[in-house]
Design a protein around this ligand. Sequence first.
Ligand code: SF4
Ligand code: SF4
Length: 382
Amino acid sequence: MNYRDLGNTGLKVSEIGMGCEGFGENNCENAQLLFDTAEESGINYFDLYTSDPAIRASVGKALKGRRDKFIIQAHICSIWKNGQYKRTRDIEEVKAGFQELLALLQTDHIEVGMIHYVDSMKDWENIANGPVLQYVRDLKKAGVIRHIGMSSHNPRVALEAVRSGAIEVLMFSVNPCYDLQPASEDVEELWQEKNYEAPLVNMDPERQELYEVCQRMGVGITVMKAFGGGDLLDGALSPAGKALTVNQCLHYALTRPGVSTVLAGAHSVEQLKTSLAYEDAPDEEKDYALAFAAFPKISWKGHCMYCSHCAPCPKKIDVADVTKFLNLAKAQKEVPETVREHYEVLAHHAGECIQCGSCETRCPFGVPIMENMKAAKEIFGK
Ligand code: SF4
Ligand code: SF4
């Protein structure tokens, strides 16, 4: 298992994390089996958005004796009322819901407290200027949560929250189809057929900016919806019109800037193992470039997707990484120190490029790689 920094939190998280979709299966007996598999395979990070007390209790039971092996990302503002899930900003409900969460998990703290599901700007403003953020900050001060997070599907709201400096971790929906769509306060919009009827070109700039700002500011992204709820794995259901594989979806999410872990949704141990197979998969199985290039009506022309399909370079330059740092630097007036430091430690730099052009013949998206290498040398000085 590969581990990554969760932004600037100091936590090292497994790049494959676990979603909570399957914990409730089989009268919640599945939770134990999923945690056994997670522990054996090195998964140390999971998300718990559900407020269902039976599921939360099953997680508490599954964690018994191994609490220290897992980093918990659990949601504040997700409560159980009248026998069903409710998203709330009522501070008394929020507090009671969080105390219940701790009791059911049989723990006195969680590592990442997620302010749950913030998709509208008005909602964020109310949270930021009201008692919810204050409560979450108090929890952090008391050590009951170690880091503050927020979950969202809306890049505009997420950017506002990240830029405010209030959050350290962002749970965000990342997949190649969502990434084409502009910001919306209604998550359903992201999957509607009408929004895929016209030809789509390149990533939504706000999403790209969000990932880059997270990387620059050290806000770790934990990914949800990497498989689009499973639809991206099925050609008939995918808005892209062609199926992707689990490895391609995972690799896409893990190659976005700022991403620390993908919370793989798994209803069974078998499904979790399918995601875990990513860790040992050969590069050809992870490579999503040709699959994307074959999508009807969707084009990423001239836009680097960080897919590494252009490798190998005779000078061993990692074109995807160099281009990622180039884009991070270009978006700023001055090169941020963290970006420069990350660039410096690359094994090979753009300045070593001999302009042979072989990478460009392999890039399915027509990226001007040789120009990019010159620009990176100019910006970084090597
Ligand atoms: S230059 Fe092209 S092939 Fe290389 S990482 Fe970027 S998109 Fe992929
Ligand atoms: S053009 Fe530069 S980056 Fe591309 S393969 Fe040749 S040496 Fe490597």
